[in-house]
Design a protein around this ligand. Structure first.
Ligand code: GRG
Length: 341
């Protein structure tokens, strides 16, 4: 990890003497059953809080070191990129990537450039999702959205720059000890997860359905398989590939991820109607206000809770072959539906 962060800094400092590096762990990861999505959570002996505290400390440091303005002309775009990247967030996608890599014997260093790239892509999608032409939101992660602070033009470009930097980051910083074909596979999968059969396609279908009455469950599932689950899927698949998993093992991990990806969205829909804006860090009640089709609208609150639990149970089943080595991933699966923001 130290070697990896140093190499990012070395690159930045060769061009700019002003490379800032201030590792800061933000302890915002709470699993609080009292007001969580599910009233009952599956008991597990695994200490997820300690695990995530440790992993998120490393992730925050790597994220902080990943963007540095190298000349005065790039100060504004870098500030805007970094504002959203470092605005908080649960860091679920990078944590999933590291945990899956570790499960197959890989190190945090092996997967950290990909973990950083995943959070850059996720942050890009949040910046773009909040734009006036999309969800038109002014609050994200408890802070003003990027376009409110930097203007719509710069926000679009900050998202674009985060996206392109994510690929550069994986290509440049993945350790040379990882066979190049694995790194290439990760880059290809990341690209696919953002494109027409990923975030962008899911978002377009979502926009189409906003204007439509009678959206069916199959359509909702397609939207969220692509808009939400695709990034979780590539997070675990990449971790598995970098850790040296076989194709069959990667596939088992992908089944797990698709299930927790959908469970993540069901949980999000539940939280939209059960949590308040301050806890969520984004506008609560937005789905109802805009009459959006959600799992809660189609299945009801109790039906959605049952569906979230079913998906998590199914997800866990996919990791049964890995025994105790899967403990962190199983605990993250529970966290995804027990979270309160
Ligand atoms: C521009 C190529 C391109 C794609 C972007 C805007 C868009 C297309 C897609 C929207 C994707 C999106 C915002 C999906 C919602 C996923 C979701 C549930 C986000 C919330 O994730 P959390 O709870 O957020 O992990 P934090 O803040 O904790 O990181």
């Amino acid at each position: 990890m130290v070697r990896y962060v140093s190499s990012i800094l070395a690159l930045a400092l060769t061009i700019s003497p002003a490379g800032a590096f201030s590792p800061a762990f933000v302890g915002r990861l709470q699993a609080a059953p009292a007001s969580s999505v599910l009233a009952m959570s599956a008991a597990t002996d695994f200490d997820l809080n300690t695990y995530l505290s440790e992993k998120c400390g490393l992730i925050e440091a790597a994220l902080d070191a990943s963007i540095t303005s190298t000349v005065p002309e790039t100060d504004r775009i870098c500030e805007s990129m970094k504002y959203s990247l470092m605005a908080g967030g649960k860091r679920i996608r990078p944590a999933l990537c590291l945990a899956t890599c570790n499960m197959f014997g890989g190190s945090d260093d092996d997967a950290m450039p990909t973990a950083v790239a995943l959070e850059m892509i996720h942050t890009m999608s949040l910046i773009h999702d909040d734009l006036p032409s999309m969800d038109d939101d002014d609050l994200r992660r408890g802070k003003a959205t990027n376009h409110v602070l930097y203007g719509e033009d710069v926000a679009i470009l900050a998202g674009d720059a985060l996206l392109s930097t994510s690929f550069e980051h994986v290509a440049r910083f993945t350790p040379k000890s990882i066979p190049a074909d694995r790194t290439l596979d990760v880059i290809a999968r990341l690209g696919q997860s953002v494109g027409a059969v990923g975030l962008a396609g899911g978002q377009v279908k979502d926009l189409e359905c906003e204007a439509k009455a009678g959206v069916e469950l199959s359509e909702l599932t397609w939207i969220h398989t692509h808009k939400t689950a695709a990034l979780l899927k590539v997070a675990v698949a990449s971790g598995a590939i970098l850790g040296g998993a076989t194709p069959a093992e990667v596939e088992a991990c992908e089944i797990f991820a698709l299930d927790i990806g959908l469970a993540f969205q069901v949980a999000d829909d539940i939280l939209d109607v059960t949590a308040d804006t301050a806890t969520l860090g984004k506008t609560a009640g937005k789905d109802e206000e805009t009459d959006k089709t959600t799992y809660v609208k189609l299945m009801g609150l109790e039906g959605s809770r049952k569906e979230a639990r079913r998906l998590v149970d199914e997800a866990k089943g996919a990791l049964a072959p890995f025994g105790d080595r899967a403990a962190p991933l199983l605990a993250i699966a529970d966290f995804i539906v027990n979270r309160k923001n």
